[in-house]
Design a protein around this ligand. Structure first.
Ligand code: ATP
Ligand code: MG
Length: 402
């Protein structure tokens, strides 16, 4: 197969491949960028594989950066753009089910493609548009099939993360996992517990952000992979209920993790525990905790100004997107109008601050915080006008009532 016209992203990279070839080596575009080109999908980055060793690449190009030299990866800098180039390699060992014990540089493209996970990811593309397809990857692309390169059992034994990658590609592309490959996953699912949670998380997020999450989720559940994921060991029924939802349009990790907390019916400390088990960042945990109350309010058809104020606009949008999955969402225009109507959007906009209150005779201490919070809530709810005079008067009244 020859591709007549390559997407624009390849254009500036072609001269780089031509120079490697002119020096007597082979060079190809490989992996996801080839797959996505043939599918007509968006390409986010390009990977180059070559028969030249890192030292040989560095002799050809003046400006390079050793980005992963021990794996054979060198970045070539050309007209301000960096191109990651990796020497053909084979991997061996895999005694711990996750990383090869050693990588060996080789001169053969076939050897390099053989170590790749799925046939649709084992295509290579020459700079002239010629596709190299040694494992019927093109047929599988046409048939929408995720199929392991070689024996699935062996391949998942070598690297258990590939099982998560299979379900994530099924979701990302809305493809089906080939039966023997699926059997391989079912058989080896327990090996997933050998893989670092952070790496599983990356794949799980991509699954839920895919074109058709259900296409991946159903096999994530059916093969038992979920049992080896943090906090999901007993979640068969809860996860199965996701399979009947059809309004999937999650857009970012905050929405993904909020949805999971909603689905698992988590609240309070259980939210933090679950998100920490998955090694999520403190920032993400904070954002999910801001989003969850808005989802709950949408669910109860009782979204208040204070909910919007506390969450802020971005988290409100995240909440509405999660709510959409369950049919609890409202029109974004309605949300926007309500948000714009908020008398203040942050505590900085409050007409008084702690210092002003102290000057007006309120003692510093815990009560000061309580008064400020109360004033904020009253302003947000429209019960007090946001002027210095009104707020100072109200603060003094509040003190008297204490
Ligand atoms: P994406 O669009 O999500 O980046 P991708 O196919 O480019 O998809 P990467 O994780 O970037 O996926 O990996 C690049 C390529 O490296 C894959 O297409 C595949 O050929 C190979 N690869 C990546 N991870 C593995 C693995 N665990 N086992 C075997 N091959 C892998
Ligand atoms: Mg990639």
């Amino acid at each position: 197969m020859i591709l007549k016209q390559l997407p624009a992203i390849f254009k500036p990279a072609r001269p780089v491949l031509q120079r490697i070839e002119a020096a007597g080596f082979e060079a190809y575009f490989v992996g996801g960028c080839v797959r996505d080109t043939i599918l007509g999908d968006h390409i986010h980055d390009i990977d180059i594989a070559t028969s030249a060793y890192p030292s040989e690449i560095k002799a050809i190009f003046k400006r390079t950066v050793d980005t992963g030299i021990e794996h054979g990866t060198v970045m070539i800098l050309d007209h301000g753009t960096g191109y990651e180039t990796t020497t053909f390699r084979t991997e061996s060992g895999y005694q711990d089910y996750r990383r090869p014990d050693s990588v060996t540089f080789v001169r053969s493209l076939a050897e390099d493609l053989k170590r790749r996970d799925f046939t649709i990811n084992a295509l290579a593309l020459r700079e002239n548009g010629e596709v190299v397809d040694l494992f019927h990857g093109l047929d599988d692309l046409k048939r929408h099939l995720i199929r392991a390169v070689g024996d699935p059992n062996e391949r998942f034994h070598e690297d258990a993360l590939r099982m998560m990658r299979a379900v994530r590609f099924a979701a990302k592309l809305d493809f089906v996992i080939d039966q023997p490959t699926l059997n391989g996953i079912r058989q080896n699912a327990p090996l997933l517990s050998k893989i670092a949670v952070e790496r599983i998380r990356v794949e799980f997020e991509k699954l839920l952000l895919g074109k058709n999450p259900v296409a991946g989720l159903k096999d994530f559940v059916a093969t038992g992979l979920y049992r080896y994921c943090p906090g999901l060991q007993g979640a068969h029924d809860v996860l199965s209920k996701l399979l009947v939802l059809n309004q999937w349009a999650l857009e970012n990790p905050v929405q993904v993790w909020t949805m999971l907390c909603v689905q698992l019916n988590l609240s309070g400390q259980a939210v933090t525990r679950f998100l920490k088990q998955w090694k999520n960042s403190n920032n993400l945990i904070r954002q999910v905790k801001q989003t969850l109350p808005v989802v709950a309010a949408l669910r109860a058809h009782h979204l208040t100004a204070l909910d919007l104020y506390r969450a802020g606009w971005e988290r409100t949008v995240d909440a509405n997107q999660v709510a959409k999955l369950y049919g609890w969402n409202v029109a974004v225009s309605k949300l926007r109008t309500a948000y714009k109507k908020l008398p203040i959007k942050s505590h900085q906009e409050l007409a008084v601050d702690g210092r002003t209150l102290i000057k007006a005779g309120i003692k510093p201490g815990p009560q000061l915080g309580t008064i400020l919070r109360w004033l904020t809530q009253a302003v947000v709810a429209g019960q007090l006008v946001n002027t210095r005079l009104a707020l100072l008067t109200a603060a003094k009244e509040y003190k008297k009532e204490e």
